[in-house]
Design a protein around this ligand. Structure first.
Ligand code: NOJ
Length: 529
């Protein structure tokens, strides 16, 4: 394995928070969130204990895919503010001990990017993947004077940057090797983009579709080589920066050079099973290709934590001390925790687990108050991916208070980027701040407990005592965690040699050779030394 510089020390204790900039906070009343809005709400993140924020793409874009169609990597989209506003956000966040990561869309650009316009009009330009004649399967007819067709990476408006192919195929003579001029120029461009933002004080990148670079790349070997090369450069040029991949297979991506990788709703050998087996209850964002499953965090109690634990163990064994696995509550492509049959009373157990498991937690904005996935919204900037797969439901405006616009914006309701959750009892930050018994306070306490108890963090050991309902594990040989995400009371044998002092618990009793856990209960206990 190639050796990298150890991950920056700050990463081990990171609590990530994902901000979808369109929907977090709108300072100028145009109905779309912006950088200044985020600055005004930084104190919420500090109060919560967040240490690093990842912003979805905020670059110049025609927004056919909500900004994942970048037309200028080095300038910000005016709707979010100016370059100075972003600089101020980074500065203000830094002053409060919060790092800011941007989103690096590495595998494709917008079809409005000047690189693509040039390529669509010059048959000798190989920054993108072109079939010189006809329109092979999956390709899109050239919009320019150049004949033939280009390969998209996601939507048709997102042409794949050419990083070459992992192998030749006589039937596809247009395939270029990874060291051809176009692929080399693109690798160099990634470095230039990273260098630009890191030089301005950004702390790293979440890398979009990180596994997608080299096409027909068995084992992703050549794609991995690109990230390895970039990581070596980063280790010298920006040793405090981190790369967090959207890959979904930490055992491959971290050895390739990423500091951390997400478990995702897709990806990896088991196509997103580890994450979906925890959260995905068949409602919200559903890909028709996914096999239906009973997830663990469901009132019915038909799931199991086993698929997650097994995948985590495999990933964590492969990653060792070189990097981390990240576990999100949700993301902008996937249902929120509060979705379908999962109600607010079920969320505390989910957070008790997420914030005590040896992964890096990523809280999706609004999940800390239990914002609900909103069904049935119209397509917004490419949110709809399938008949049951509308991402807009996870992208609605942050609910700050009970005022008009929920404190997100002063714009009239019909001018908001997306409608607010229409439920009359939608949760808000203000209401939950005023209530010690709220989910928000619990999340804050759990984050604080994790921060003050290294054994509960990413580096401490974990010993699983019961893989079912309840799910029971011990962190660092000392901290007992019990979660019961189903509605019925359950119990399991427990050899109680040490007294269990509750640090954060509701509905769990430990003792007498048994653990008893009421429906939707959780507990973190100190067993002493
Ligand atoms: C993954 C991003 O998270 C998603 O929102 C986007 O549509 C695709 N990649 C394409 O960039």
């Amino acid at each position: 394995m190639t050796s990298f510089r150890p991950a920056p020390a700050w990463l081990a204790d990171a609590v990530f928070y994902q901000i979808y900039p369109q929907s977090f906070a709108d300072s100028d009343g145009d109905g779309i969130g912006d950088f200044n809005g985020i600055v005004q709400r930084l104190d919420h993140l500090v109060w919560l204990g967040v240490t690093a924020v990842w912003l979805n793409p905020c670059f110049v874009s025609p927004f056919r895919d909500a900004g994942y169609d970048v037309s200028d990597y080095l300038n910000v989209a005016p709707r979010y503010g100016s370059a100075d506003d972003l600089a101020e956000l980074v500065d203000e966040a830094g002053r409060r001990g919060i790092r800011v990561l941007l989103d690096l869309v590495a595998g494709h650009t917008s079809d409005e990017h000047p690189w693509f316009t040039a390529s669509a009009n010059d048959p000798d330009d190989h920054r993108y993947i072109w079939a010189p004649e006809g329109r092979p399967d999956g390709f899109v007819t050239s919009p320019g004077t150049r004949p033939g067709a280009y390969l998209p990476n996601f939507f048709d408006t997102q042409p794949a940057l050419n990083f070459g192919y992992g192998r030749k195929n006589p039937a596809e003579p247009w395939r270029q090797p990874v060291d051809a001029a176009g692929p080399r120029a693109n690798r160099e461009a990634l470095r230039t983009i990273m260098d630009h933002w890191l030089g301005l004080g950004l702390a790293g990148f979440r890398v979009d579709m990180a596994a997608s670079l080299v096409k027909d790349d068995p084992g992703r070997t050549e794609t991995a080589r690109i990230w390895t090369e970039l990581r070596h450069w980063l280790d010298t040029a920006h040793p405090d920066a981190v790369l967090l991949s959207e890959w979904g297979e930490p055992e491959v991506s971290v050895p390739a050079g990423f500091h951390t990788d997400f478990f995702l709703q897709f990806g990896g050998a088991t196509d997103g099973l580890p994450l979906r087996s925890l959260w995905s209850n068949g409602d919200g964002t559903v890909n028709e290709a996914w096999d239906p499953l009973d997830c663990f965090f469901d009132a019915s109690g038909k799931g199991s934590p086993r698929p997650f634990v097994e995948a985590w163990r495999k990933a964590s064994d492969a990653v060792g001390a070189t990097g981390f696995v990240s576990l999100p509550t949700a993301n902008h492509d996937f249902s929120r925790l509060n979705c379908g049959p999962r109600t607010a009373e079920q969320l505390p157990a989910a957070f008790a687990f997420q914030l005590t498991w040896p992964t890096l937690p990523a809280i999706y904005y609004g999940d800390e108050i239990g914002m609900r996935y909103v069904g049935g919204l119209p397509d917004k900037e490419g949110s709809v991916l399938g008949p049951r797969y509308n991402r807009a439901g996870s992208r609605t405006p942050m609910q700050w208070d009970d005022g008009p616009g929920a404190g997100f914006s002063t714009a009239p309701a019909d001018r908001l980027y997306l409608p607010l959750d229409p439920s009359p009892d939608r949760p808000t930050v203000a209401a939950q701040r005023a209530d010690d018994g709220s989910l928000l306070h619990l999340v804050r306490r759990l984050v604080a407990l994790r921060a003050s108890t290294p054994a509960l963090g990413s580096g401490g050991s974990v010993e699983v005592l019961h893989t079912g309902y309840p799910f029971v594990y011990v962190r660092g040989g000392r901290y007992l965690v019990v979660v019961n995400p189903q509605r019925n009371e359950v119990r399991c044998p427990y050899d109680a040699t040490r007294e269990a002092r509750a640090l954060e618990a509701s509905g769990v009793r430990v003792g007498n050779g048994t653990i008893e856990a009421e429906g939707f209960s959780y507990g973190v206990f100190d067993l002493g030394r």
